[in-house]
Design a protein around this ligand. Structure first.
Ligand code: CUV
Length: 635
């Protein structure tokens, strides 16, 4: 029997409409791909030179080596290194855009303000820059100079962003392994070089290089991007809104922002408010912005914009017939959106020079023309609204209240209500006494191989029932938001008694008058850096290595190379990192063993693959229990 496509009631409803409307979706194309290539699934095909493609017989009867003599172990390790480098490249490129934006903003060359001065001073202090007397813009330029120095560093010096922010114990481990990264461009280039024909044939060396790419991702990608974005747009603080496709409005202009970099979407949110009179003039109530994927998470965290849906249902958003414009920037954008949009009045708008989709309207976004571009896009949405066909509209009546905006600063501020001198103490005390048994970060995507959202939701329910506090980002956060795990009632319904008592006390101390949610929404994929910062702060407070903490990570439904690079970074932080989808490594027993066991000895963390959500939760709890035991905490 085929597994269900989704557990999201809105998506289920729209899948029926898609069938009636003759729309092909990601699930149809997945079915058409069956059976998927066994060699690819195991990671044992190589296309790195023109003598190939080569593939290894997994049963040992056919070829045991590629034409050049490369083994399955090497093919698997090389493929993984390229994937992780691909993920890191996406995040570093994203971070670079944000650095440029901060530079131009500080030079008054573009119309972006510096809303997060507190963050700027915090980062400058961490980098060892003199902060007190400096003017904001001058200090911003100094911070930018450090970022550019990291990007263009020709010496063998490791990334300053990493040295300033990573835990000391970890830096020592990475240094001893020779994996402290330099200039990220150089490291990514090196990974491409190391994996081309006739290069590295040592699987252990390749896996260590993969770990280095994880560090590139963690510090020159995630951390740098979040820092720059917080300086530009402000540090998130708690917001309350709604999630799921029911947030679309039948009587308003609906504009969806989709992608990852908030430089344009922030402007769209601004101009959507400004131009509402123009929408009223055509008979709409307002201009309503909602988000998909991580651009959605970014404007949710800082502006309280509702979440429309996550990765796997992006096509179905258009199938509502109620989306006037979907504007995309970079990453996780299905090219099929153009085909789906062509069946409705929806205008799909691409904006970046490296993301063009035939059938979409391309409106180039630059930092210099950001306001004009945003206005043009908002006006396109108003114009499209007039063409909306009410007979084709179906907005599922599904929306859930969510609280988001849990930056480390916001969490610390809430904890400071209990202990102003040592804000982390109440959290750490509750972890020590077992009220909070441990912390799991759930991150990453949807994957069509998994019933949409089911793994996130089932696993997290089991975790919070067992008094594990969950922090979520990315499409995992969307999934948990849709299913009521990000509001106070979620704590009443799903949290174990001990966790419930802590969250209730914290919620009241923070002035909510209700418990904090059992899952804290910490932002987009690059905001996994926030989770890293929190873990680093707790470890520092306790004076222990992050690898010793009762903390684990999980990507229950990963699809993107970025999920692999983020997961690799989590492993380098010493965390057990669960994947709910098997990555293409099983073709090599030794590489698989290295990733899931061998690495622990040298780096503290490891990958843990389990495709059943309840077993995965139990496995993570067992891992946390072992760490508690080693720390001498109650178990
Ligand atoms: Ni960046 S990477 S599907 S949007 S989380 Fe969502 Fe998050 Fe994966 Fe993409």
């Amino acid at each position: 029997m085929l597994k269900a496509k989704t557990i999201d009631p809105a998506a289920l409803e729209l899948l029926k409409k898609a069938a009636t409307d003759g729309i092909e979706t990601v699930w149809d194309r997945y079915e058409a791909q069956q059976p998927q290539c066994g060699f690819g699934t195991l990671g044992i095909c190589c296309r790195h030179c023109l003598q190939g493609p080569c593939r290894i017989d997994p049963f040992g009867n056919g070829p045991k080596a590629g034409i050049c003599g490369t083994t399955a172990d090497v093919i698997v390790a090389r493929n993984l290194l390229r994937q992780v480098a691909g993920g890191a490249a996406a995040h570093v490129d994203h971070a670079y855009e944000a650095v440029e934006a901060l530079e131009l903003a500080a030079e008054d060359k573009i119309n972006y303000s510096i809303a997060g001065e507190d963050k700027l001073r915090q980062i400058a202090t961490a980098l060892g820059l003199e902060t007190p007397s400096k003017d904001t813009k001058a200090l911003a330029l100094e911070v930018v100079r450090v970022a550019y120095a990291d990007m263009s560093n020709h010496s063998r010096q490791p990334l300053q962003w990493l040295l300033a922010n990573a835990p000391k114990e970890r830096i020592a481990v990475w240094q001893s392994l020779g994996i402290l990264p330099r200039n990220p461009d150089r490291e990514i280039r090196e990974a491409m070089h190391q994996t081309t024909m006739g290069m590295d044939a040592d699987p252990v060396n390749l896996v260590l290089a993969t770990a280095k790419q994880g560090l590139v991702d963690g510090y020159a990608g995630l951390k740098l991007a979040t820092d720059m974005q917080d300086i530009l747009f402000g540090i998130p603080s708690p917001v309350v809104t709604e999630a799921n496709l029911g947030v679309l409005k039948s009587d308003s202009v609906n504009l969806i922002v989709h992608g990852h970099v908030p430089l344009l979407s922030e402007k769209i949110v601004y101009w959507a408010k400004k131009l509402s009179a123009e929408a009223e003039a055509v008979g709409a109530q307002s201009i309503h912005v909602a988000g998909i994927c991580c651009s959605g998470n970014e404007v949710l965290m800082r502006q309280g914009i509702p979440l429309a849906t996550n990765f796997l249902a992006q096509e179905l958003a258009i199938v509502t017939g109620a989306v006037d414009v979907m504007v995309v920037d970079v990453q996780c954008i299905m090219p099929s959106l153009a085909q789906v949009a062509s069946c409705y009045h929806t205008e799909l708008i691409t904006t970046m020079p490296i993301v063009k989709i035939p059938g979409a309207t391309h409106i180039p976004f630059t930092l210099e023309n950001a306001d004009e571009t945003a206005q043009t896009i908002v006006r396109k949405a108003i114009a499209a609204y007039k063409k909306r066909d009410p007979r084709k509209v179906r907005i599922p009546d599904q929306r859930t209240t969510i609280m988001a905006g849990f930056s480390v600063e916001a969490i610390t501020a809430a904890l400071a209500q209990l202990n102003p001198q040592q804000p982390l103490k109440p959290l750490v005390d509750n972890i020590a006494n077992g009220n909070i048994f441990g912390v799991v970060a759930t991150v990453g995507c949807n994957n069509v191989k998994v019933t949409q959202d089911s793994f996130h939701v089932e696993m997290v329910k089991e975790l919070v029932r067992n008094n594990i506090l969950v922090a979520a980002t990315g499409c995992s956060a969307h999934a948990l938001a849709k299913f009521g795990l990000m509001n106070s009632e979620g704590t009443e319904r799903f949290a174990g008694d001990n966790l419930k008592s802590v969250l209730t006390a914290l919620g009241h101390a923070a002035g909510l008058g209700a418990p904090l949610p059992p899952v804290l929404h910490m932002g987009s994929c690059v905001d996994n850096s926030r989770i890293g910062d929190l873990v680093t702060a707790i470890a520092r407070y306790l004076g222990v290595d992050t690898a010793a903490l009762p903390v684990a990570a999980s990507a229950p439904e990963p699809q993107h190379e970025k999920a692999l690079s983020i997961g690799t970074w989590a492993v380098t932080m010493g965390l057990t990192t669960h994947l709910g989808v098997v990555p293409p490594v099983l073709g090599s027993k030794s590489v698989t063993e290295l990733l899931t066991q061998g690495l622990t000895e040298v780096i503290g963390g490891k990958f843990y693959v389990e495709t059943d959500p309840i077993l995965a939760a139990q496995g993570l709890i067992a891992d946390i229990r072992a760490k508690r035991k080693a720390l001498g905490l109650t178990i």
